[in-house]
Design a protein around this ligand. Sequence first.
Ligand code: IVH
Length: 681
Amino acid sequence: MTPEDAARRAAELREQLHHHAHRYYVLDDPEIPDAEYDRLFRELQALEDAHPALRTPDSPTQRVLGRVLEGLAPVRHAVPMLSIQTETDTTAEGARAFDARVRRELELPDDAPPVAYAAELKFDGLAVNLRYEHGVLVQAATRGDGETGEDVTQNIRTIGQIPLRLRGAAPPLLEVRGEVYMRRDAFERLNARQRERGEKTYVNPRNTAAGAVRQLDPAVTASRPLSFYAYGLGDAQGLPAFARHSELVGWLQGLGLPVNERRRVCSGADELVAFHRAVEAERDALPFDIDGVVYKVDRLDGQRQLGFKSREPRWAVAHKFPAQEQATRLNGIDIQVGRTGKLTPVAKLEPVFVGGTTVSNATLHNRFELRRKGVRVGDTVIVRRAGDVIPEVVGRMPGAPGGRPAYVPNFVMPRECPVCGSPVRREKGSLEHRCTGGLFCAAQRKQALLHFAGRRAMDIEGLGDKLVDQLVDGGLVRTLPELYTLGLAKLSALERMADKSAANLVAALERSKHTTLARFLYALGIRHVGESTAKDLARHFGTLDALMDAPREQLLEVNDVGPIVADSVRQFFAQPHHREIVERLRAVGITWPEASAAEQGPKLLAGLTLVLTGTLPTLGRDQAQALIEAAGGKVSGSVSKKTHYVVAGAEAGSKLAKAQELGVPVIDEAGLRALLEPAGG
Ligand code: IVH
């Protein structure tokens, strides 16, 4: 690269980085994923390293980014809020390099014992400083540029997790630092609501949390469910003498501040590597996003000795994980047809490594969202994959700062179902397009079969999507009852089907014939009848015949059943071919214990609420729940004064304590079995 080329490229990168930093820090509305920003940043850094003359004072590499917004009052931090060095090598080497650096800078000889580190999660949210005077929250501020942040006290006060007053003996002055974030389930619910209303969806939990904290109207903040974890200190007076960071975190917890349990003290590089690896494996199962882990030298005297390098502590590092958002090309859009006929546009992507796996498909939800996001086939888009949520296209990446002329979509929803050719309709007031083919549509049939076989429905082990594709595409199964006529011969003849798997499936089908009415109802896939509604219906009516013939008024008497569900149940059983399917399923031998009308009344646990906790000696959780429900009882997830019994097994935890506190009777498995025995029998 000639010096002229390098200068041109550096100027271009500076301009782009300034633009994206403004979008990110000031507007809370980034256009590109962090990983993309980091790439540009690193490219500029490399250019500046190679040609130091290009390192202008206004280069984004030369200062801490961010600016105070108009509207929120500036707050000067008593102790600057520093950032932390990032280790972008996501392999074990990242941890080893940090440990080696610390040992070198502490001038430890090679044979000195391992250094102790406090290892924590790196929460992906917005850093805040909470100032408590004599235990009372008096001010909350964002990080801003590290020297000056914004006063967000009113907003922070709306976050239930943040104590307005500390518990116990609080010091005269305590500034707590931590991260405000949004849980993934809260984020998904918020977006589901936005989608239902046809409004713009949020890009990711981090930006949503940051936007909510920096609202001018605290009522808006209050409507966004936010959470908080404390991980450090700012200014403070009159603290107890701590020797270690890990002690400090425990002390903060004692004051009533939320701290994360997934933290530990690691001894040396090997344990850091193990922590990084273990947390990465758990990442998808966590209820919130993290973008890595943080290691801090645990001993505070060690921290003091290491000190700071420009604006970053030498005693801490953020060890990243692979990014959960990436840019890639949208190659095309396919249509997927769901169990209820709903048409979902699915993005066909240039395969990209995101959130730990290679993604080539992502949901686009519906046509309207595509339009709102301004996405066209051929665009570079941003894909997010976090947790067990299916990958999603969250927006389009602009080619260059500025945007483009009016959006003209180059995709339309088909008028005919791409699978069965039936007309596609959009119901009044709904954003969803549906295939009208019902069970004539192979796609709907496949989904119906998968749902029927599901673990919480008929629980037919081994009937997965590949097999269902083969069965439906090969014309072997057209309706649910035909599943039970398959037999060994037909199954073994299928491609890639070993004799043993065929025999297992036949056995699983046989086992599934003994079920419960609730499972059977749920398995039928009646619209709006989920698992819990199916249980309510089964409990109320006791027999399938009573339910199938129930008039609307009777359905409305059922717990939690409103007009939409009642009408849906009526409509389902009003269709002769649904009745026929039910009769044929009974004919192949599917049975469940039916309560006769006479038995309906004296159910042993009718009206009782039980809570299960710990591990019972012989009964699994689902089994115990099924027994209780079959006897007319209800199983609840939490203990309250309304709980009648807590059934406790080994390692029962807080629920047992709660029961004892409230004086709720506690029984063991034998006690439960005794309750289930009819008197005298
Ligand atoms: S300690 C001086 N611990 O990551 C060290 N930071 O740049 C201060 N973060 O601004 C940071 N989880 O917003 C620390 N367990 C954790 C963290 C954490 C998330 C954020 C914080 C900080 C950024 C690092």
